[in-house]
Design a protein around this ligand. Structure first.
Ligand SMILES: [Zn+2]
Length: 154
């Protein structure tokens, strides 16, 4: 049986939050940023279970639930997600897009966006949170460049 991470209560309170403490980096860990607004940053992951795994992170004060946002903030964060999804659809031409707000491993508010393909690793099911592998570096850089271009054109 699994367990919550040892510092999950501290994550929830914001006293130990990796997404607050990282600032707003261009690249960190396996993430490369391709979108930044006043309210959010979007990153493409260079590791995952399937190509195109992205996150849209709420920026500003520490927030856990979408219900912690004001109406204006919630609308802005929703539109950030929609802009990013438009760009992803342009670049990946998916069969379907997936949108998730989970926060079970990292409690700070973020969307997970994933394109799903006709030739998919898990047709009809959610993508697994394990079994990640590194994607080819040149492919990731090409995707980031294409996503930056697509999100600019909106
Ligand atoms: Zn935070």
């Amino acid at each position: 049986m699994g367990s919550w991470s040892a510092d999950f209560q501290e994550q929830l309170s914001g006293s130990s939050c990796m997404l607050c403490s990282e600032g707003r980096p261009e690249e960190i860990g396996s993430r490369i940023r391709f979108y930044a607004s006043e309210t959010a940053d979007a990153y493409l992951h260079s590791r995952g279970i399937q190509r195109g795994y992205c996150v849209v992170i709420w920026r500003g004060r520490h927030v856990v639930e979408p219900t912690d946002l004001s109406d204006d903030e919630a609308a802005a964060f929703w539109l950030d997600m929609v802009r990013v999804s438009h760009a992803m659809q342009e670049v990946y031409r998916p069969l379907k897009m997936n949108y998730q707000i989970l926060g079970n491993r990292i409690a700070h508010l973020h969307w997970i966006l994933a394109p799903r393909f006709l030739d998919d690793v898990a047709p009809g099911d959610p993508l697994s949170g394990s079994g990640y592998h590194a994607f080819p570096k040149d492919e990731v850089r090409q995707d980031v460049a294409a996503l930056r271009e697509a999100v600019m054109q909106g």
